[in-house]
Design a protein around this ligand. Structure first.
Ligand SMILES: NC(=O)N[C@@H](O)C(=O)O
Ligand code: NI
Length: 169
């Protein structure tokens, strides 16, 4: 267990531009959209880059039901999926605290945190370091699309310097 005193985590609002180094934001704003089904439906098209690599990869569609996290939230580890992307979208308007770092060797100085709006989800690009689901209200139910198949697809790493979100916006 890391005994160092956690440093405060600066939390930013989630935007496509700010999140670009880590993956995609799933939202209707700014999306390619067009009417389908004789105009009875709008299609928000091709929102994320799904990445599937390694042996016998397949797409998994899952539902996660998370317990709510409350401040102060301590971040002591991150994980990554080297063989595929992972997308989370709230099916009940639940917000997420999203803590990420760029793919590659974990550089703790590059860790960033975002808070999602009720109508936003994220898709972590393959290899993006992230904290496992941090949902901020209960129930926290999310549609999750990620990679199944053979091989090891989850690396976890403890932080040398833990972080803490003392308050959640
Ligand atoms: N373990 C699992 O399926 N979920 C994590 O990868 C996560 O990011 O929540
Ligand atoms: Ni994950």
């Amino acid at each position: 267990m890391n005994a160092m005193t956690p440093l405060p985590l600066r939390i930013e609002p989630l935007t496509r531009e700010a999140f670009a180094p880590f993956g995609d934001v799933i939202e209707t704003a700014g999306a390619t959209a067009f009417p389908i089904n004789a105009g009875t439906t709008t299609r928000y098209h091709d929102l994320v880059q799904v990445e599937l690599a390694g042996e016998a990869p397949r797409t998994l569609v899952n539902l996660f039901e998370g317990k709510a996290w409350h401040a102060p939230v301590e971040i002591r580890m991150l994980e990554r999926h080297p063989l595929g992307s992972q997308a989370f979208y709230p099916v009940d308007g639940g917000r997420m605290l999203i803590v990420v770092a760029p793919p590659g060797e974990l550089d703790e100085s590059q860790i960033r945190a975002f808070i999602s709006a009720p109508d936003q989800g994220v898709n972590y690009a393959r290899g993006t370091w992230h904290h496992p689901l941090l949902c901020l209200q209960h129930p926290g139910r999310f549609l999750v699309v990620d990679r199944g198949g053979d091989g090891h697809n989850c690396d976890e790493q403890m932080l040398r310097q833990p972080l803490s979100a003392l308050n959640l916006p």
